[in-house]
Design a protein around this ligand. Structure first.
Ligand code: C2E
Ligand code: CA
Ligand code: CA
Length: 696
């Protein structure tokens, strides 16, 4: 629209200006022509009148008027087409003769134009109605002979002249119009088109944001220059735009990467803890509306650390990936699987109609872990424990359901790995009890609430040869707390090493007393945990204790559970070597409860292998169970390890183990752990009761 109006404006302007000029020139020319014509007519008229007046002098002189001569003379005016009339008056203003042009007057005699006697002639030229009337005096001032009045009509002549002029002008006007039109058109197309193209381009760029558009430029006038400048500007913008786009793209990518890093686990590509919490929050708010149930399932790999430490981090990573894939395969699309870190995963199972659906999922997942993982060249078995907590409609909040699932998972771990546990309120109180124990442990150390009990280990041929020191805690607040309960908690909260040191200080002192009094050589075993092995200066501590007490290092034994040394095999073996260098003994406690013990057995420096209670307990349940015990014993024998069976409660068990060439037997069959002051009587009783001769 703007374009059209500008175009038409310019067209109208060009056309109008040129036409106005043309019309003005024509009008001026006509006016000027009229003026010139009149000027010439006046000059001609005065020359003619003057000559005529001169000529008439002779006919009017001497007082006699030769009317005929004058009339004849006036006939010469016939040649002048535009002289309308000529009148000659004598000095008394009496008409002498007249000439009337037949073109103006009819052939009928015309009334004679007489002047009144007293009328005076006004000399001069008068113009009136396209007529010139020249009144000239005949004779001079001193001798006035008469008057000559000539009337010249120039209207017709003027008209003719104008007509001729117009006739010549018309083609010219037409030519001007055509030229004007052509000129305007040329202006429009030739001059304005580039401008219009520029304008079109600018609009197009504005509409499409396509900065790669260009305008075609011709010539080197200002508009072309403007076009080139615009092109140059667009080129710069385009370049800048592309750079900006690339930059923005890079920024967006960076932003995406950051978001990804912030929300996803790099290894498994699963949502991380942060995103998991956000997603769970959304799901929790949704179940309120949909009346469905939601389950949070905490998953913890059972022996991941072992894989990581023994096969290396790369294998650990591959296992985690494999695990995450296996879990994912068992889930529905709507379920969320996230990695919380380390070997912890979590599932949010949504849209459950019944709680059993979550249990089915857990069962399916556990089943998947019966199959071995092929990691590089290794075959790795991995188990997991699952804790399940339900949303109970929408009554539960985010933190509660998470901590419930965590508690249930902890329970699953405690009650034997490779299983699931569903959260129950009782677990909450369990958790409180754990917290209470954590809080009380410091008190216990400071207020001497611990005590050591000793359980005899009996050699089937020689009687009691050694004792296992077992800690007891009689808490002021909660009475007796079993080491089976508080030791794992102390391990968990990093308190166990302090306890171990307390046990060793007390144990070494009591052992010294015992040996001095008894004058017999009794072995004493102490339980130590993985945390002790990892503690710097622990061997030095033991060395110092040995130096202080009069105890033969060979009578001191350290019982280390399988999981403790497998957690960091290298370090454990180094520790064992140092302990052995001191002259002390190493026993592998709870043997058979772990998974990979057999493969390590040939590489580890130990003296004794303690078969775990569970094998002894089940020994007579089936032949198969018995075969396991047989296998462990023969394995130990082949590896030159002493064997100790613990948890022996019946004569049947004792007889079988004694017959199987078991080196040491420990259990309620002989005696429960007893306080220090009962050791002597206990040993005596056992030896007597079971008919052992006094041992050396
Ligand atoms: P453990 O090292 O396997 O100790 C054997 C456990 O079995 C002891 O339980 C003992 O009383 C019990 N026991 C022995 N014979 C029988 C039997 O015939 N039948 C049954 N049912 N149980 C029997 P206790 O003293 O409650 O200790 C439990 C666990 O606590 C120990 O298992 C050990 O792992 C840990 N523990 C005990 N004292 C210490 C300690 O001083 N330091 C460390 N680090 N751990 C300790
Ligand atoms: Ca033990
Ligand atoms: Ca044990």
């Amino acid at each position: 629209m703007v374009r059209a109006s500008f175009k038409s404006k310019l067209f109208a302007m060009t056309f109008g200006v040129i036409n106005f000029c043309a019309i003005a020139i024509v009008a001026l020319t006509i006016t000027e022509q009229g003026r010139l014509f009149k000027y010439n007519a006046r000059a001609d008229l005065s020359a003619l009148s003057h000559n005529t007046a001169e000529e008439l002098v002779k006919h009017l002189a001497f007082g006699t008027t030769d009317e005929l001569a004058v009339t004849t003379y006036l006939l010469k005016f016939e040649v002048y087409q535009n002289i309308k009339s000529t009148h000659v008056y004598d000095r008394h203003a009496k008409l002498v003769a007249q000439y009337l042009n037949p073109n103006y007057f009819s052939s009928q005699p015309q009334p004679v134009q007489q002047m009144a006697p007293d009328q005076k002639f006004h000399l001069g030229l008068f113009e009136d109605n396209n007529q010139l009337r020249l009144v000239t005096q005949i004779g001079d001032e001193n001798l006035k002979l008469g008057y000559l009045v000539v009337v010249l009509d120039f209207s017709k002549q003027l008209q003719d002249s104008e007509n001729i002029f117009y006739a010549q002008l018309l083609p010219m006007i037409l030519a001007v119009l055509v030229i004007t039109f052509i000129l305007a058109h040329w202006l429009q197309t030739g001059l304005i088109r580039p401008l219009i193209e520029l304008n079109t381009l600018v609009n197009k760029v504005q509409d499409t944001s396509d900065y790669s558009l260009r305008v075609e430029t011709h010539g080197d006038d200002e508009i072309s220059q403007l076009g080139s400048n615009l092109n140059q500007m667009l080129r710069t913008i385009d370049q800048q735009h592309l750079e900006n786009q690339a930059h923005t793209k890079a920024l967006e990518q960076q932003q995406k990467n950051l978001e990804y890093l912030a929300n996803y686990d790099q290894l498994t590509k699963l949502p991380n803890r942060k995103l998991f919490q956000e997603l769970l929050k959304q799901e929790l708010s949704r179940i309120g509306r949909h009346h469905t149930e939601l389950a949070v399932m905490f998953i913890d790999l059972d022996d991941f650390k072992t894989v990581n430490d023994t096969l290396g981090h790369h294998a650990g990573d591959l296992l985690l990936k494999g695990v995450s894939e296996r879990i994912r395969e068992q889930l529905r699309d709507c379920d969320i699987l996230a990695r919380l870190g380390g070997d912890e995963f979590v599932i949010v199972a949504t849209g459950l109609k019944e709680e059993i659906e979550a249990v089915v999922i857990a069962d399916r997942i556990l089943e998947q872990f019966n199959t071995i993982f092929n990691i590089d060249k290794w075959q790795v078995s991995s188990g997991l424990s699952i804790g399940i907590a339900f949303s109970d409609g929408n009554k539960i909040d985010l933190q509660s359901i998470i901590s419930n699932a965590d508690l249930a998972m902890y329970r699953a771990k405690q009650s034997g790995r490779g299983r699931y546990a569903i959260y129950e309120d009782e677990m909450q109180s369990n958790q409180h009890r754990r917290l209470m124990i954590v809080n009380q442990l410091n008190n216990a150390l400071n207020h001497n609430e611990f005590e050591l009990y000793y359980q005899p280990k009996v050699c089937p041929t020689r009687g009691v040869t050694s004792l296992e020191a077992l800690i007891r805690w009689n808490s002021k607040f909660d009475g007796f707390i079993s080491p089976g309960e508080f030791i794992p908690i102390a391990e968990h909260c990093g308190k166990v090493h302090e306890i171990t040191r307390w046990v060793l200080v007390r144990g070494f002192a009591e052992a010294e007393k015992l040996m001095l009094n008894q004058d017999i050589k009794l072995g004493i075993s102490f339980n130590i945990s993985a945390h002790d092995i990892a503690k710097d200066g622990f061997v030095d501590y033991i060395t110092a204790l040995l130096a202080v007490h009069k105890i033969a290092p060979s009578s001191i034994e350290f019982e280390v559970t399988e999981s403790s040394y497998i957690e960091n095999f290298e370090r454990a073996n180094l520790f064992f070597e140092k302990i052995i260098a001191l002259g002390c003994q190493i026993a592998l406690d709870d043997f058979g409860t772990g998974y990979s013990s057999l493969s390590y057995l040939t590489q580890i420096n130990a003296h004794t292998l303690k078969i775990d209670q569970q094998f002894i307990r089940k020994m007579f349940d089936s032949k198969r169970e018995r075969l396991i015990v047989d296998a462990i014993i023969s394995l130990a024998k082949n590896l030159n390890l002493k064997i100790c069976a613990e948890g022996v409660e019946t004569k049947q068990q004792f007889d079988y183990l004694a017959d199987s060439d078991c080196d040491l037997i420990q259990g309620y069959y002989f005696e429960k752990p007893v306080p220090f002051n009962q050791i002597n009587t206990t040993i005596e009783r056992i030896n007597q009761q079971f008919g052992f001769s006094q041992h050396s």
